[in-house]
Design a protein around this ligand. Structure first.
Ligand SMILES: O=C1C[C@@](O)(C(=O)O)C[C@@H](O)[C@@H]1O
Length: 240
């Protein structure tokens, strides 16, 4: 059974920590010790993206559910290789991870990534990021539906929240979701509340960091863990 799916099936909100490839064995044992739910490996931030190296990093996190992200530059990531190389990496990790995250805008490889992941029972997060602003609700709904239609097991929408109105748009998107599984994140300082409170409205995963902050508005793991315990009784119970 896919370990991430089993966790999602409990319905309890999950906390992910994003990692690069620095000292993976140490980072992985710290994550297990801290009771992290999901390790997001940000392969686009690795110093080395050779397949063997990437597979060794994945192996280092074997005791945790793993989610591999190779974020395109177009959506704020550090990937500088070709789309063929990116697809090859997704194919190489698919048999060894619980999930992959691929952007809806990565049209040239999206279908192939979904096929490769599903062939190996890995879940697919189809994502949309907007580091500039939060688009209107209708537009986000269309994006979420397109992500679902593309084969997403989980649709992730992450946009820069600059106002309460933006948070309202994201809240409505999440609450009135007509796609089943969603992760919704408001980035930036105004969005920070969403990282703790959207899980109460059904957002499945909140992202944190242990070493270096990955995105503006993120809280570190320790603070997130404490706040999640404080505001989510089911989370507190699972982490007792
Ligand atoms: O897309 C997301 C969410 C994120 O950007 C955040 O704002 O927490 C962090 C990324 O690592 C992850 O892939």
């Amino acid at each position: 059974m896919n370990a991430l799916r089993a966790l999602l099936d409990t319905g309890v909100p999950l906390v992910a920590v994003s990692f690069d490839d620095q000292d993976a064995e140490r980072a992985a044992s710290a994550a297990v010790e801290a009771r992290v739910d999901v390790a997001e490996l940000r392969v686009d931030r690795f110093r080395d993206t050779a397949t063997d190296h990437v597979l060794r990093q994945v192996e280092a996190f074997r005791d945790l559910p793993t989610l591999v992200t190779v974020r395109s530059a177009a959506e704020g990531g550090d990937w500088r290789g070709t789309e063929d190389e990116r697809l090859a990496l997704f194919r190489a990790v698919a048999p060894r991870v619980d999930a992959v995250d691929v952007e809806l805008s990565s049209r040239d490889i999206l279908d192939e990534v979904v096929i490769a992941a599903h062939e190996h029972d890995a879940l697919v997060v189809v994502s949309y990021h907007n580091f500039d602003h939060t688009p209107p609700l209708d537009e986000l709904r269309t994006t979420a539906k397109a992500a679902r239609a593309a084969g997403a097991d989980i649709v992730k929408i992450s946009t820069m929240a600059r106002s309460k109105a933006d948070l309202k748009v994201l809240t409505t998107l999440l609450v009135d979701a007509d796609v089943p599984e969603m992760i919704v994140i408001g980035m930036g300082a105004t969005g920070t509340a969403s990282r703790i409170f959207f899980p109460a409205l059904g957002s499945r995963l909140t992202y944190t960091f242990m070493d270096a902050q990955a995105t503006s508005g993120q809280l570190d793991f320790a603070e997130t863990f404490a706040l999640m315990r404080r505001f989510h009784p089911d989370f507190a119970e699972r982490k007792n």
